[in-house]
Structures are given as structure tokens and as C-alpha cells.
Design a protein around this ligand. Structure first.
Ligand code: B12
Ligand code: SF4
Length: 492
């Protein structure tokens, strides 16, 4: 090819409607991939169809006007059908376009993918930066793909794959293409006014939770960036693009205590001043009790730590490697440090009943995080727990594999009953929280009132929570907020 190939990176137009209600989130993975495609000689475009609210018609129009040589789409399990449809549209417009799917789903389900869809040319297995660069170089040279490590493809009509690609040793060597984002699009609704980024300080997790795809995706490895490199990147995003709030995409940013404390110290010393949202494990929070004040000083305002269950047998079955008592302690510590605490509980196993769900809601109230979500137990087909649950899986419609819709039918409950029970559980937790708003410091109250409004107006929980909000137990300040009047919360 005489000119630089055009590579269009696309987010599939899929919406599950929970986390998305909190803001507009950038596709960080595509930022990294685009940087490496550019360095390899392509002209990359990041087309965030999901955040733009575009549907497949809009995508067809964009494909027709941008005329890409390569269409590269990210795919988790829930977005797989829409990701394939994007490839189908590309092939209809120009069969010569090379279509690629990457991310956690094709990494594990490439055989099924190539069996069912002829519109996907390549699947990228695992970490994508070096593989996409190699694909770009092959397209430019008019060469084949069969010798590029980390690829799945079709050979003689059958699925085939090349050798595994080793992980890149240093995360600081990556070349994120921050300049390709349409920055004004990305914002965090409950936070202070300002631009929202997703950033990465580490990749991976060495634990073995049996429901989790991430430890498998990163092959139970963990790599951390140099603290200074991460912190100066955050400063650059603040100064060049006006970033005021950032979420860490890391699975477990706190694994290495010395590195993590250095990150916190640098954020404090250099007065970075960006609000940070992150997740980590409850055992690391307990470990860090003595330095939790540094988390807050460093700008961490919102911390998610997965409790998953209050029952030790269930935690052991999940291979969570935490103690139920640790979870309570961790949430108390986060609350005590002046940070918004968020957690989730996984429900919907074969033995679930309305009574066990009611018990879980009571337990969640006792744990007392600021925010709790009740998620559907979702055995990804490649998860460690899948074989033991396979016979209970009620649907292979991947669009439902979103942690919101149950895909397992409990023995004693209908699927739709389970779906409604999950929504009611989250609704009941939040209604209780709002009845006890006066127990919280004023800034947390304001934040949670904003969150409730967003959940009601923008998420799948909206209808259920609106119905509950009309009930007699509706706190007056929430009623006022929902009615569009300023919330007046007495400061007990
Ligand atoms: C940020 C985030 C979001 C953002 C997405 C922003 C975006 N457009 O990317 C928001 C908040 C919108 C979101 C929503 C949801 N998310 Co989410 N999200 C994450 C999170 C925390 C970080 C993702 C990230 O940026 N990682 C960092 C980058 C660098 O890594 P990466 O994305 O994996 O990309 C690398 C490789 O995968 C690969 N790659 C990825 N895509 C592609 C594409 C090509 C072409 C190539 C070559 C390579 C490639 O190369 C990249 C660089 O090495 C992950 C958990 C995690 N820690 O990863 C969950 C996660 C991906 N989300 C998950 C889920 C379930 C959802 C929701 C369904 C939840 C819900 N009910 O609302 C929705 C789906 C919405 C949607 N349309 O995608 C699950 C997916 C599980 C699974 N196995 O399918 C995860 C893993 C969390 C979990 N609980 O397990 N999410
Ligand atoms: S749930 Fe969290 S701690 Fe457990 S394996 Fe996944 S990323 Fe690691």
C-alpha cells in the first residue's frame, strides 16, 4: 500500500445503563491501541460510537465517509453481538476492509467467533498494542498475518491462532494517543465541573476469583507503572486537556505497598489536584489503615471495594481470598477516611431465594457503604466457575451478560423474578441510605443526592426507584431534589 492505511477504532453501540449513568467514559484501551497503530505507520481515528449514542445506521455512515482500510472494534462479552455487527457493516460497505475484534471476549472465545461470523477477519488475543502495530505493518506491506503472535484468524475456513504474545515488560513504554480524543465529550456527572479521564497505573491481578475475567485476561500477572511516570501523565492531562476527575482502570492498583505509597506521596507533594475514583481489594484497604488519610489527601474521593458476599462459604466458593469481617472493616475505614465507599454484592446463584436476597439487602445495610449494587452472578463462558454452573445457564444471548440481567435461573425463582429482585434490592438499599442521609457529612450527602438523581433519571434502576420514591418513606430532601427544587438537608 503506497499511502498510510486508515484504521478506524470503534466502540460497539451497546448500553447496559448502570455505570454509564454516572458520566461519559472514554475508551482508554483504544487510546493506547491508536498510539501504537500510529507509530506503526497508520492514520488512526477513534470513533466512540457508544458515547456518541450512535446506532448501527450512524456507524454505516461514518464507515462510508471515513473510508478506513482497517476497522478495529473492542469487545467484552456483552458487546460481542454489536461488535460483530460493526464488522458486518464494514464488510458490506467494502469487503476489502480488514476487520479486527480485540478485548476480553475474542481473547477467549475466538474459536466460537470464527465459526459463527465470516465478517470478522482477525481476533486479537490479550494485550493489544504490539499486535495491532504488527497488523498495521502487514497491511501496509501487503503481507499475511499468519506469523504475527497474539492473533486468531480463519485458515481454510477453520479457526486458527498464532503463538501467544508475551506481555510488554514496562507499561511506561506505551504511547497513548491522548490527542485523538474528543475531550469535551467526557465528563463525570456527580463530581465537580470538569473533564473526566480514565487512566492506568497498573495492569492485572494475581488473585483467582472464580467469577472474574480479569485475572484470566492478564494471566494472573501484575505490572505497575513507575509512580513518577503515572503522576506526571496525570499532570499533563490536567494541564493540556483540563482533566479534573479521573478513574483508574486498574484492577488492583495497590498490590505493591511501597509503589502505591510512593504514588500517593507524589500526588500529595506535587498537589496534583485531580479527583480520583478507583477500585481495590478490601484486604489492601485493611493493610493500609495507617495511610488511608494519604488516599484522601492524594485526591481519592471514591473507592470501590468488592464485598461480593457476607457469607464466608460463598466467598470461599468464589475463591475471593478475603474474610467477611475484613469487608466490614474496609468499608468502615473508607467511610472514616472521608472517601465515598462503594461495593457490590453478587446474587443469583442456583440456590438463591427471595429470603436469601432479603437477607443480603439487610447485610448490605449493616456493612453501610455509601453505595451498593446487587449484581447478577454471571459466569463468563471462559471463567473458572463456568463448568460448575454451566447447566444452570439459561441463555447464550451475550447481550444479557452485563451483570444486570440474570443469566442463571435459580432453582426456586423464575428468571424475570430474579431480574426484578436484583433491581428491588439495589432500590431498597438506596432508599434506606436516603432515609439516613442525616448521618453523613454534608459533602457526602450532596454527592449521594446527585447519584440518586442520576440513577433515577439515567439508569435501568430508574423506574423501580421512582416507584419507591413515591412511597411514604420518601425523605423530603430527596422528594425536593427529584421535583427539581434545591435539596435542604438538616445537618443532624
Ligand atoms: C472503564 C470500564 C468501563 C467503561 C467503558 C469505557 C470504554 N468505552 O472503554 C464504562 C463505565 C462505560 C463501562 C461499562 C460497562 N462495563 Co466496564 N469496565 C471498565 C474497566 C474498569 C476498565 C476498562 C479499561 O479501560 N481497561 C484498560 C485498558 C488499557 O485495557 P482493555 O480495555 O482491556 O484493553 C486492552 C486489551 O483488552 C486489548 N483490547 C481491547 N479492545 C481491543 C480492540 C482491538 C481492536 C484490539 C486489537 C485490542 C483490544 O488491548 C487493550 C490494550 O492492551 C473494566 C475492568 C478493568 N479493570 O479492565 C470494566 C469491564 C471491562 N466492564 C465490564 C462490564 C460488564 C461492563 C458493563 C456491561 C457494566 C454495566 N452493566 O453497565 C458496561 C458495558 C458498557 C459498554 N458498552 O461497553 C466487565 C467485562 C466483563 C467481561 N468479561 O465481559 C469488566 C471487565 C469489569 C468486570 N466487572 O469484570 N466499563
Ligand atoms: S475480582 Fe478483583 S481481586 Fe478478584 S481476580 Fe478479579 S480483579 Fe482480582
Amino acid at each position: 500500500m503506497a499511502r498510510r492505511p486508515i484504521i478506524l477504532f470503534v466502540t460497539p453501540p451497546y448500553h447496559a445503563g448502570v455505570v454509564e449513568s454516572a458520566g461519559v467514559w472514554m475508551p482508554l484501551g483504544l487510546v493506547y491501541l491508536a498510539g501504537h497503530a500510529r507509530a506503526a505507520g497508520a492514520d488512526p481515528i477513534i470513533y466512540d460510537a457508544m458515547s456518541l449514542g450512535h446506532g448501527h445506521h450512524d456507524i454505516a455512515r461514518t464507515l462510508a465517509t471515513t473510508k478506513p482500510d482497517i476497522v478495529a472494534v473492542s469487545s467484552i462479552t456483552a458487546t460481542e453481538p454489536d461488535a460483530r455487527e460493526v464488522c458486518g457493516t464494514a464488510k458490506r460497505i467494502n469487503p476489502g476492509i480488514v476487520t479486527i475484534l480485540g478485548g476480553v471476549h475474542p481473547t477467549f472465545c475466538w474459536e466460537e467467533l470464527f465459526r459463527k461470523d465470516k465478517n470478522v477477519d482477525l481476533g486479537v488475543i490479550g494485550e493489544g498494542e504490539e499486535t495491532i502495530a504488527a497488523v498495521v505493518r502487514s497491511v501496509s506491506a501487503g503481507a499475511g498475518f499468519g506469523t504475527i503472535p497474539g492473533l486468531a484468524y480463519r485458515s481454510g475456513g477453520a479457526p486458527a491462532r498464532t503463538a501467544c504474545r508475551p506481555l510488554v515488560p514496562s507499561l511506561d513504554a506505551f504511547l497513548p494517543a491522548w490527542d485523538l480524543l474528543d475531550w469535551p465529550r467526557y465528563f463525570y456527572r456527580p463530581g465537580p465541573e470538569g473533564r473526566f479521564a480514565i487512566v492506568s497505573s497498573s495492569r492485572g491481578c494475581r488473585k483467582e476469583c472464580s467469577f472474574c475475567s480479569q485475572q484470566k485476561f492478564w494471566a494472573r500477572t501484575w505490572r505497575g507503572r513507575e509512580p513518577l511516570s503515572f503522576v506526571t501523565e496525570l499532570e499533563m492531562l490536567r494541564d493540556r486537556y483540563g482533566v479534573r476527575v479521573a478513574m483508574l482502570s486498574d484492577e488492583t492498583p495497590t498490590v505493591d505497598p511501597a509503589r502505591w505509597e510512593r504514588v500517593l506521596d507524589l500526588l500529595i507533594e506535587r498537589r496534583v489536584g485531580v479527583d480520583l475514583l478507583m477500585e481495590t481489594r478490601v484486604d489492601d484497604i485493611c493493610r493500609d489503615e495507617a495511610i488511608l488519610h494519604k488516599y484522601r489527601e492524594a485526591g481519592i474521593t471514591h473507592l470501590y471495594a468488592g464485598v461480593e458476599s457476607g457469607d464466608q462459604d460463598t466467598l470461599d466458593m468464589f475463591k475471593k481470598d478475603t474474610l467477611a469481617a475484613q469487608s466490614k472493616r474496609a468499608i468502615d475505614l473508607i467511610n472514616g477516611a472521608g472517601i465515598v465507599s462503594e461495593t457490590s454484592f453478587v446474587l443469583g446463584g442456583p440456590g438463591e431465594t427471595p429470603a436469601s436476597i432479603a437477607k443480603a439487602v439487610e447485610l448490605a445495610k449493616w456493612y453501610s457503604p455509601d453505595m451498593a449494587f446487587f449484581l447478577a452472578l454471571t459466569p463468563w463462558p471462559y471463567s473458572d466457575m463456568y463448568p460448575s454452573l454451566a447447566k444452570h445457564v439459561a441463555t447464550r444471548d451475550y447481550r444479557k451478560y452485563n451483570l444486570v440481567e440474570p443469566i442463571i435461573k435459580p432453582d426456586a425463582m423464575a428468571l424475570d423474578e430474579m431480574r426484578r429482585a436484583l433491581i428491588s434490592a439495589t432500590g431498597a438499599f438506596f432508599m434506606d441510605k436516603f432515609n439516613r442521609l442525616g448521618e453523613l457529612p454534608p459533602w457526602k450527602r450532596d454527592y449521594l443526592v446527585k447519584v440518586l438523581k442520576l440513577l433515577i433519571e439515567h439508569s435501568y434502576l430508574g423506574r423501580e426507584m421512582r416507584a419507591m420514591a413515591q412511597g411514604a418513606s420518601m425523605p423530603p430532601e430527596i422528594a425536593a431534589t427529584l421535583a427539581g427544587r434545591p435539596a435542604e438537608v438538616d445537618g443532624k
